[in-house]
Design a protein around this ligand. Structure first.
Ligand SMILES: C[S@@+](CC[C@H](N)C(=O)[O-])C[C@H]1O[C@@H](n2cnc3c(N)ncnc32)[C@H](O)[C@@H]1O
Length: 372
């Protein structure tokens, strides 16, 4: 590793903590390094993420540059010979001990967490092959129709295809959430935690830009980003509203479907975002589980009779998945569990979907569905 790469990676790590996530610090840092060749930018990013992914193996008394080298060596070794690491070691060092109180921890999951994540794109319906040909270095997903795995080195945001709205960067498991929602063109949907609109844009594509989607979030700046993305993607069948999860809903409209893609502890993103393993704790899980219960309970009055409610989280903790689903069911016994096909075809149709990385090759997620 070049000294410059080591130096930048070390300074990113020094500035990163719970309130300053490493991926954001890294992005800012790399943006300022105008003369850094793209290859070295990629190496820097790889070193930073390897550091957090392999932190349990590092000798923390060593200088950070030495730890970074060691982390990259471990990542290389794992990539070439994953079987060379004992299961006991992986289970003990890759994640904090409290995780096993909340997650059905398996060696397969840990193997996924220690592997570098894939980069997934979602194309407009039916455009997978055409976009793959234009971009090059793409693999079509074997499971989801419009998902592509990008393996090249281009800055995708600068490609004419991205600028023209021909694809979005969206994790394959998140794409499965839109498919479970399965909205139809003339329907009215509410994407209650729409954020920057990853799923709003997918819902719109599935609705062929028809019907209407209310996209709400508590963060105004995220909705501003959503509007920019929607403009680029030529998505028009939506409107935005601020909503902070309170009982008072942003509209009196009743919906055919409500998606609550809830704020969560994010354990399902620990492969992509390994720093979070060391900054997230059981207290976050408890607080977020309580928030999710509140958000779900508050959206129920917004459903039409027969309307569908979809609850999605990119985490795998019991408290935030099945416990929340069970608590909603107790509170609203009139909600019927809604059986849907597993988009990956790996499990029988169900009202609860566990999307594990070893099956999806994407983030870990949980999705539950009901009908009013
Ligand atoms: C998992 S993210 C949503 C990602 C988004 N659906 C997408 O696909 O790009 C959760 C979102 O919930 C929002 N949020 C957090 N607390 C909230 C609350 N109390 N009320 C409404 N939204 C909230 C966050 O601002 C964040 O955008």
């Amino acid at each position: 590793m070049q000294n410059r790469v080591l130096e930048i990676a070390a300074s990113v790590i020094a500035k990163s903590d719970r309130s300053h996530p490493a991926d954001a610090v890294l992005r800012t840092k790399l943006r300022k390094q105008k003369s850094l060749p793209p290859e070295q930018s990629r190496e820097t990013a790889r070193a930073v993420f390897a550091y957090y992914r392999w932190m349990g193996w590092l000798d923390r008394r060593q200088p950070i540059s030495k730890q970074l080298r060691q982390a990259v060596e471990l990542a290389d070794r794992f990539q070439h010979e994953p079987g060379g690491f004992s299961s006991e070691d992986l289970l003990a060092k890759a994640i904090p001990p409290w995780t096993s109180l909340q997650v059905n921890v398996t060696v397969e999951w840990i193997h996924a967490l220690q592997t570098e994540p894939k980069l997934w794109l979602r194309t407009r319906p039916g455009q997978g092959k055409a976009v793959a040909t234009k971009l090059g270095d793409c693999q079509l997903s074997h499971t989801l129709a419009d998902a592509l795995c990008y393996e090249g080195t281009k800055d995708l945001f600068r490609t004419p295809e991205f600028q023209a709205g021909e694809f979005e960067l969206q994790d394959i498991s998140s794409q499965a959430v839109g498919l479970i929602c399965n909205p139809r063109p003339a329907e009215t949907w509410w994407d209650a935690c729409a954020g920057e609109g990853g799923k709003t844009l997918h819902l719109s594509d599935l609705m062929r830009n028809q019907g209407l989607i209310w996209a709400s979030d508590k963060a105004e700046w995220r909705l501003q980003k959503l509007k920019q993305r929607a403009a680029r993607a030529k998505v028009f069948n939506y409107r935005t509203a601020l909503w902070n999860g309170a009982q008072k809903l942003p509209t009196k409209t009743k919906f055919n479907g409500v998606l609550v893609d809830a704020p969560c502890s994010g354990l399902g993103t620990w492969q992509r975002n390994p720093q979070a393993r060391w900054t997230t704790g059981p207290q976050d899980v408890e607080e977020l589980g309580t928030l999710q219960e509140r958000l779900l309970a508050n959206v129920v009055p917004g459903l039409k009779p027969g309307g569908r409610l979809i609850y999605a989280v990119c985490t795998l903790t019991r408290r935030e998945t099945t416990d929340v689903a069970a608590s909603l069911q107790r509170r609203f016994p009139e909600l019927q569990p809604l059986i849907a096909t597993d988009p990956f075809g790996a499990s029988p149709p169900s009202a609860h979907h566990w999307l594990w990385p070893k099956v999806t090759y994407g983030n870990g997620m949980f999705v539950a569905a009901w009908q009013k």
